[in-house]
Design a protein around this ligand. Structure first.
Ligand SMILES: [Zn+2]
Length: 93
C-alpha cells in the first residue's frame, strides 16, 4: 500500500500506534520515503543526533535534516515507510 496520501489522516507508529505525523505536514521532497516538515507533537519523538525514534516504543523512524521548507519549520523528517501506518482522519479507533 502506498503512503502517498494527501488527506487529513495521521501517520502512526507501526509498532505502538502512537500518532506521529500529519498528512498536513507532508511534503514532496523527491524521495521514496515520506517527508514531513513537522511532527504532531514534539513529545512523540526523541532524537539522537539526527536520528528520529518513537518516544513511546523507541522504534527507529528515520532521520531529520535542517533543509526543510524555510517558511515552515526548516526541518525535513525523512521517515522510513515501514515504520509508519497511515490512518484516515475519519476512522475512529
Ligand atoms: Zn512507537
Amino acid at each position: 500500500m502506498s503512503l502517498n496520501h494527501n488527506g487529513n489522516g495521521i501517520y502512526r507508529c507501526r509498532r505502538c500506534d502512537r500518532p506521529l505525523f500529519s498528512a498536513y505536514a507532508k511534503f514532496e521532497a523527491g524521495f521514496d520515503w515520506p517527508t514531513f516538515w513537522d511532527v504532531i507533537d514534539s513529545g512523540s519523538i526523541k532524537l539522537a543526533d539526527n536520528k528520529v525514534f518513537c518516544n513511546q516504543c523507541s522504534a527507529f523512524l528515520g532521520t531529520v535534516y535542517d533543509d526543510g521548507p524555510p517558511e515552515k519549520t526548516g526541518k525535513r523528517y525523512l521517515i522510513n515507510t515501514l515504520s509508519l501506518i497511515y490512518k484516515n482522519g475519519k476512522s475512529q479507533k
